[in-house]
Write a protein that binds this ligand. Structure first.
Ligand code: ZN
Length: 129
C-alpha cells in the first residue's frame, strides 16, 4: 500500500504533535497579548506573576532582583482612596510628599484625604545611542 503525501499530511494533522503545536501557538499568543497590556512605566508584581505563571512571592523576588540589577526602577504610587487614581508617583527611596491633594476629587468637590500606596516598577530606559 502506497501512502500519498496528502494522506500522510492528513495523518500528521491528526497526531498529538499538531495539538501540541496548536497549544503552543495559543500559549504564545496569550503571552503576547499579556505583554501588550503591560505598560513599561507601570509594571506590577501581578503582571509579572501572570506573565510568567509563577507564584506571587517568586514574581516579587524577580522584580526586586531586576531592580537591584538596574533593569527596573522601584516606584511608589500614591493613590487617592476616593477615586483610586495615582496622584503622584515617587522613587521608592524618595520621601513621601506632604500636603497631598487629588485634583480630580477637588474639582468634583469630593473629599479626598485618604491616600494609600502601591508599589510598582518602571522599566529602566537606557539610551540606545
Ligand atoms: Zn481622587
Amino acid at each position: 500500500m502506497r501512502l500519498s503525501l496528502k494522506s500522510f499530511l492528513g495523518t500528521l494533522e491528526k497526531t498529538p504533535f499538531k495539538k501540541l503545536l496548536e497549544r503552543l501557538e495559543r500559549y504564545v499568543t496569550k503571552k503576547a497579548e499579556l505583554l501588550e497590556h503591560v505598560d513599561p512605566d507601570r509594571i506590577y508584581v501581578e503582571n509579572v506573576r501572570s506573565f510568567l505563571g509563577v507564584s506571587e512571592p517568586i514574581a516579587r523576588f524577580l522584580c526586586e532582583q531586576a531592580a537591584r540589577d538596574g533593569q527596573f526602577n522601584k516606584k511608589v504610587g500614591v493613590v487617592c482612596v476616593t477615586c483610586d487614581r495615582i496622584v503622584v508617583s515617587i522613587d521608592a527611596d524618595d520621601t513621601y510628599p506632604e500636603d497631598l491633594t487629588c485634583e480630580i476629587c477637588e474639582d468634583l468637590e469630593r473629599e479626598s484625604e485618604d491616600f494609600r500606596t502601591i508599589n510598582f516598577y518602571q522599566l529602566e530606559q537606557r539610551a540606545t545611542a
